[in-house]
Design a binder for this molecule. Structure first.
Ligand SMILES: C[S@@+](CC[C@H](N)C(=O)[O-])C[C@H]1O[C@@H](n2cnc3c(N)ncnc32)[C@H](O)[C@@H]1O
Length: 182
């Protein structure tokens, strides 16, 4: 059974970005529609709520059925959807963010944590699928915050404008949070 992902270094880096960037978004639009792909334990959504985002404008998702049940119980005032990426979603959002599984396959990784950490052979398979569809769910001035690692290879960013919002060096990799727009 896949485990629910509780916050690690990547979660903290993305949360710091939300703390810096979401107040700027709220200044321009007090009710932005926000989607998180792969909400895990809901750590990022707790950050959004602490920043004053209205729960009814937040959509949480996860492919892991246990994470879905956990989130549904915990965030009763938000929309919680059991979905593989955008499969069960048909709306557009002002902000979409994702701390994805981004590591290349490694036989030493325990089975229970692979769904949350391993993004296929090159580490980018889930990210590539995400990028294929994310643009179709973004409002015209919308933004995407996406975390990747220096170990994630082979991403084609060509459909997006991109800039770096934050970086963090760990001892075997560097994490980056990107802002993507159309
Ligand atoms: C690295 S964890 C991040 C969890 C949480 N957002 C955080 O920042 O702590 C990645 C999450 O994405 C979920 N996930 C993996 N593949 C997915 C997919 N194809 N669609 C939706 N969620 C997915 C995992 O179950 C896991 O909860």
């Amino acid at each position: 059974m896949p485990e629910i992902y509780f916050p690690e270094e990547d979660s903290f880096l993305l949360s710091d970005v939300l703390k810096k960037e979401v107040p700027k978004i709220l200044k321009k639009n007090p009710n932005p529609k926000i989607l998180e792909i792969g909400s895990g334990s809901g750590f990022q959504v707790e950050t959004l709520l602490s920043l004053g985002v209205h729960p009814k404008h937040i959509t949480l998702t996860d492919i892991n059925p246990d994470a879905f049940k956990f989130l549904k119980e915990k965030f009763k005032h938000s929309k919680v959807i059991h979905s593989n990426l955008f499969d069960k979603l048909n709306k557009k959002y002002d902000l979409i963010f994702f701390n994805p599984p981004y590591l290349p396959e490694d036989a030493r990784e325990p089975k229970g944590s692979r769904l949350a950490t391993t993004g296929g052979k090159s580490g980018s398979e889930v990210v590539k699928e995400f990028l294929k569809d994310a643009k179709n769910h973004l409002n015209p001035d919308g933004k995407i915050f996406l975390l990747t690692s220096s170990l994630t290879s082979g991403i084609n960013w060509s459909k997006y404008n991109k800039k770096v919002l934050a970086k963090k060096k760990l001892f075997f990799e560097e994490l980056v949070v990107w802002e993507l727009s159309l």
